[in-house]
Structure formats: structure tokens, C-alpha cells
Design a protein around this ligand. Structure first.
Ligand code: VGL
Ligand code: ZN
Length: 201
């Protein structure tokens, strides 16, 4: 068992990010048994859930003429336009049926504001609108987090880098993560995480 100051943060292990889903990450389902086992080592377990309204600005379908995986400019900076995924209340947004959810004390939903995407478990993509996770963890006396889940180069990396910015120690267990790898995003995410002081294992 890890010390009570450590939390496991399980990022977006949802049907749409697993094979057969709308934004499938290759091998996304392969990490689930490892994540399930890890939950027994941590007294604090948090799940995140990508949770978009149908009119979400990150969906290519809501930008006439735009192709999925193309880039657009949002008021907060560049934004990848994704296939429609993790729509609130749909089967695609549900946790993968093999993921243990009972050990989790908190589920953080993110990306619910139509005009702004939210990769990080801590902040929306403007990097200032908070999800509340920082306060929850600090109130529980958590000082170090271990991150696992999907996708390594987007939601996992953004969460880990924000964790460092907020003063948490952060470890990403790559064997329990899978990436999308869009135009070299996996290599640059690893580099950015290391530069931010994230331990990438
Ligand atoms: C994610 C793209 C869009 C993720 C979420 O969970 O990494 N990626 N929404
Ligand atoms: Zn999303």
C-alpha cells in the first residue's frame, strides 16, 4: 500500500477511447487490468471522464467543412478538431465495462462547457478555468499523484504537467497508458512532461 499522501488518477478509460469507439486509441483496452490492480495500492483513487455536450466546439462536425484531426484556432489557442466522442450520457462516454469503478472516491467530469475543451483533469484548455481537482486533492493531504489511462499525449500529459505546476509530484506509468500519436504528439508530450519534472516511467 502506498502512503496516504499518494493518489492514483485514472484518465478517461471510456468506451470511445477504446477499440471500437469513436476516438479509439490503439491498445486502449490493454491497460485496464493493470489499472484495476493498481487501485488496490492507493488509498485515494480518482477517475476522470471526458463529458461533452453534443454542440461541443472540439468536434469537427460542429465546424462546417472541417475534417477530423485538423487544427483550428480557439480564443485560448490552437485546438485539434476531434471526431464526435464522449457525448454526455451515451455508451461511448461510459467507462469501459472492465474498468473497476467501485474503488474510486471521486469522478471528475471535464469538457462540459460547449465553447472550451478540457484535456487536463485540473484545468480547461485555457489553463485557468479549474475543475476543482486541485482543491479536492490538497484537502485530502495528497502531495503526489500517479497518472494512468488515455491518452498519454493529450489528457494524461496535460494533467501531469498541470499537476507539476500546482506543486504535486507526478509520475506517469507508461505501461498503463496508450497514446493517440498525432503528428509526433507522443514524442513531444514525453519531452514536455520531462521538462516539467514529471517522472515518466
Ligand atoms: C482526449 C482528445 C479529446 C483524451 C479527450 O482523453 O486524451 N483526447 N478528448
Ligand atoms: Zn474530448
Amino acid at each position: 500500500m502506498r502512503p496516504a499522501t499518494e493518489a492514483l488518477i485514472v484518465i478517461d478509460v471510456q468506451n470511445d477511447f477504446c477499440p471500437g469507439g469513436a476516438l479509439a486509441v490503439a491498445g486502449g483496452n490493454e491497460i485496464i487490468s493493470r489499472i484495476n490492480a493498481l487501485m488496490d495500492d492507493f488509498a485515494a483513487v480518482v477517475l476522470t471522464q471526458d463529458w461533452h455536450p453534443p454542440n461541443h466546439a472540439s468536434f469537427a462536425a460542429n465546424h462546417p467543412g472541417a475534417a477530423p484531426f485538423s487544427l483550428t484556432e480557439m480564443p485560448y489557442g490552437p485546438q485539434v478538431l476531434w471526431p464526435t466522442h464522449c457525448v454526455q450520457g451515451t455508451e461511448g462516454a461510459a467507462f469501459h465495462p472492465d474498468l473497476r469503478t467501485d474503488p474510486a472516491q471521486l469522478v471528475i467530469r471535464k469538457g462540459f462547457r460547449p465553447g472550451i475543451d478540457s484535456y487536463s483533469a485540473f484545468f480547461e484548455n485555457d489553463r485557468t478555468t479549474a475543475t476543482g481537482l486541485e482543491g479536492y486533492l490538497k484537502n485530502r493531504g495528497i502531495t503526489a499523484i500517479t497518472l494512468v489511462g488515455l491518452a498519454t499525449d493529450y489528457c494524461v500529459a496535460y494533467s501531469a504537467i498541470d499537476a507539476r505546476r500546482l506543486g504535486f509530484a507526478a509520475t506517469v506509468l507508461e505501461e498503463a497508458c496508450r497514446g493517440i500519436d498525432l503528428n509526433g504528439s507522443l514524442a513531444s508530450a514525453r519531452e514536455d512532461m520531462r521538462a516539467a519534472g514529471v517522472l515518466v516511467q
